[in-house]
Design a binder for this molecule. Structure first.
Ligand code: GLV
Length: 308
């Protein structure tokens, strides 16, 4: 029985050492050296190979090495293959750090102060206390809940929106299409950590921006596919939005002539908000493999119809 790893080769060596130490019964294979394909029962991947069913005839579970699974092209996988997303506490910690930094940067006007610094301009602007700043999070899953809990002690007025109803202490929760306008009306800083699905693709568009208070700011830590990039440029140009922090793009890496690189109101980072941490992630993966071997339910199993 073997586990096939198909992701970053450098981090793969780290994973391999951890499995050798803690699960010597599981043979480790690193893509593209898959050995005897019939032995591969588990696949741990950022992106699945083509023709999974033909290539790996005895595959039992596909473990995504990420919190999001949209890049796996679920429709092209065998319909009864369980797909499990990675609920790595290391990913969640990264998301919380990035969200805190991005919210505080926008809240404390750091885009403007950075430009002022470059222009050697020493000028103070009025300081808004955090209690006056309304931060709304789109998506209320594992990542979002931890992000909200991390932001809470800073004093921001917190809200969240998701497809289904949630109740979280200290967070005004909105649900479904119907309550989206009421949610948006009160977001000074909107942070997206939604999963990318047919329902959420392009959700951050002109129509949505128009419902935010004038001068609101955007943080996208979900997927590039959530954002209609031209609509963001338009909203920044018109003053409807004042700034954006983006960790993800429609096409990554960004093309050299992408208009976001030099945009003064955009901070762009290369999909680094969170990275799977082998030390914590291997425990989660191994525990799921053990659960599967015992015939128990795994943690993070994706609802293939829902897409997350
Ligand atoms: C990274 O983007 C992830 O989904 O874990």
């Amino acid at each position: 029985m073997a586990l096939l790893y198909k992701a970053d080769p450098v981090r793969g060596q780290h994973w391999q050492a951890l499995f050798a130490e803690h699960a010597p019964d599981i043979a480790w294979r690193a893509w593209p050296d898959i050995g005897n394909p019939e032995e591969v029962e588990y696949l741990a991947a950022w992106q699945a190979p083509d023709n999974v069913a033909q290539r790996l005839p005895n595959l039992k579970v596909l473990f995504a090495l990420s919190a999001g699974v949209d890049q796996l092209d679920l429709d092209n996988l065998p319909p009864d293959l369980p797909v499990v997303r990675l609920l790595d506490p290391g990913i969640t910690r990264g998301m919380c750090e990035y969200a805190s930094w991005a919210v505080l940067s926008l809240h404390r006007d750091m885009l403007r102060y950075r430009q002022q610094q470059v222009a050697r301009c020493w000028q103070a602007h009025l300081l808004q206390p955090a209690v006056n700043r309304r931060v709304g999070v789109m998506g209320l899953g594992t990542q979002a809940q931890q992000i909200l809990a991390t932001l809470a002690p800073l004093g921001f007025a917190l809200s969240g929106w998701a497809r289904s109803a949630h109740q979280l202490p200290g967070v005004d929760c909105y649900a479904g299409e119907q309550q989206l306008p009421a949610f948006l009306r009160q977001c000074d800083i909107l942070l997206c950590v939604l999963p990318l699905t047919e329902q959420t693709v392009g959700i951050l568009d002109r129509g949505l921006f128009a419902q935010l208070p004038r001068g609101a700011a955007l943080i996208n830590m979900g997927r590039g596919g959530h954002l209609v990039e031209e609509d963001l440029l338009e909203a920044l140009g018109s003053g409807q939005l004042s700034g954006a922090v983006l960790d993800v793009l429609q096409e990554e890496p960004a093309a050299p002539d992408h208009p976001f690189w030099e945009h003064p109101q955009i901070v762009l980072t290369p999909h680094i908000a969170a990275m799977t941490q082998p030390e914590s992630a291997f425990r989660v993966l191994l525990e799921n493999i053990r659960r599967h071997q015992r015939g128990e339910k795994m943690v993070g199993e994706v609802d293939r119809l829902r897409g997350y």
